[in-house]
Write a protein that binds this ligand. Structure first.
Ligand code: NAP
Length: 177
């Protein structure tokens, strides 16, 4: 089981623009059959975790009454009460290390997907729990927005692929021995 941060980003390292829009991303085509595609990645995911902004984006763009798009349990970090929606969604706060134990028990042999944002992925890295970073680089610069990974973090290159206009890169997190 690995904890993997999988996300799309602009080439200058933003996963959403300053208005939390993903129009720069969702307007582009991808090939579901290509190596390192989201569709391949999600097959091995047994639990997912996201921050409040990412959850709010999903609520706004999918609709609060729409079926939850994931069939594995999801943990949402927030210090505030967030609107619930149908699905196995567990609202939590505080230490990712504490919540990680519960997620790992549910995920079993499957992987944990850190959906975002970047600071939440960084909290997993700070706790020594982040194993991989999968980045799908869109051919655009945004200039500002939500950061990909606002941390100093050593990575090792594992895999590189092309999916339509995206450069897909898989990194391992180099952990202190
Ligand atoms: N490009 C992509 O593929 C992609 C992927 C994922 C997300 N996104 C987008 O990127 C943006 C990310 O937004 P973001 O940078 O604000 O990150 P975020 O992680 O989605 O949300 C940050 C919020 O999560 C809560 N949080 C984080 N850690 C916590 C902790 N340990 N305990 C309690 N609450 C915690 C806090 O919310 P409270 O203030 O409620 O406490 C914090 O303000 C969103 O617009 C999202 O839609 C893009």
């Amino acid at each position: 089981m690995a904890i993997q941060y999988f996300t799309a980003t602009s080439v200058d390292g933003f996963i959403a623009d300053p208005e939390h829009s993903l129009s720069w991303l969702l307007s582009r085509n991808v090939d579901a059959e290509a190596p390192m595609s989201y569709q391949g990645f999600i097959q091995s995911v047994g639990a997912l975790v996201m921050g409040a902004s990412t959850y709010r984006w999903l609520l706004e763009h999918e609709g609060a009454e729409a079926p939850w798009p994931y069939d594995v349990p999801c943990w949402v970090f927030s210090h505030h009460g967030l609107q619930a929606r149908p699905g196995d969604i567990r609202f939590v706060q505080g230490s990712v290390a504490t919540v990680h134990r519960e997620m790992a028990a549910v995920a079993g042999e499957r992987n944990i997907w850190v959906v975002g944002g970047g600071d939440l992925a960084g909290q997993f890295a700070d706790a020594g729990l982040l194993d991989e970073v999968w980045v799908q680089y869109a051919p655009v610069a945004l200039g500002a927005g939500a950061p990909l990974l606002p941390r100093r973090l050593e990575l090792s290159l594992i895999e590189v692929a092309r999916n339509a206009d995206f450069a897909c890169v898989r990194y391992g997190v180099v952990k202190e021995s």
